[in-house]
Design a binder for this molecule. Sequence first.
Ligand code: NAP
Ligand code: 8YV
Length: 327
Amino acid sequence: MTNSTELSRITILAPGKLSDHAAKRLAKTFDLVRMESAHPAKLTPELAGKVRGVAAFAGISAAFMDALPKLEIVASFGVGYDSVDAAHAGKRGVMVTNTPDVLTEEVADTALGLLINTVRELPRAENYLRDGRWVSEGSYRLTGTTLRGRRAGIFGMGRIGQAIARRLEAFGLPVAYHNRRQVEGLPYEYHPTLVSLASAVDTLISVVPGGASTLKAVNAKVLQALGPNGVFINIGRGSTVDEDALAAALRDGTILAAGLDVFANEPNVPKMLLDLPNASLLPHVGSASVHTRNAMADLVVDNLASWFSRGEPVTAVPETAHVKAKS
Ligand code: NAP
Ligand code: 8YV
């Protein structure tokens, strides 16, 4: 058992931008050292030699972990941890944790907002009002698209996917999904492939994690299957979409519209997407409320505190679930 005085002697390195809430809680509990980004070259030998935990508000590479000889745990901020080399951590005996559940409902809310923005053009309608065009030109045009009569497909029926499905049901839309495995006990139609799902629906919502198994999974073939009345929403990871194929599909009418919260090379959004009138774009704000980001930061701190006081974290990622505390 490690008490709070002992915790305050443990050095935790926090690379990346962190909120005041996260910084205060970390500094109150541990010996906190902040750094702008996680580059091994920016570590002094003295610092590298004493870091036992990383609170990751930025990606953590294998090289960065290897530059920290006493590293025991990387507590990552976010449920998606594709920017942390968890496979390497697992091999090296370093624990990795993420922040599931506490953001699920917020991200699902954002997904529905983005869907409505995309289908009913609400940001454009607001800009029309602000530009004085309601007065000068009359009512905003009727939208050609509606949620009424749509069939939704969810790519990634996990925690957030299921929260989105519950909302879609309340909106009166039938729901189908694709995962690698069928989820037991769910009332929604399962499709063993993404193309089969896209063919069966006209509204495809992607909420899968990033990484090799989903890289550019939403490609030209999937968009073709979604069809000319198709709406594509991405609230998962930008890497899961072939952005060239998506821009082409939006340009030539292969699909109708898209709503995107995430991009392959954030914060850079390609001009080909910015130029499209039928794309509704958000700057990765799925979980971005003070309420939810504070809950995520609390879970980062709780994971570190639990690891160093009880020898086990709260929310280990599967790749490091086998890792045991040393003492
Ligand atoms: P989760 O509960 O682990 O759900 C992920 C789902 O994706 C699972 O149902 C999984 O099922 C499926 N999946 C994974 N790899 C797949 C593949 N190769 N092919 C088909 N399905 C696959 O995770 P979550 O909490 O819902 O979060 C999902 C993701 O949302 C995160 O990883 C993150 O990238 C993203 N996210 C974005 C924001 C934002 O701000 N925009 C916020 C939070 C999260 P199987 O394993 O059976 O395939
Ligand atoms: C965060 C996210 O914006 O949890 C995730 O996977 O994408 C978001 O909640 C991100 O992780 C931290 O900036």
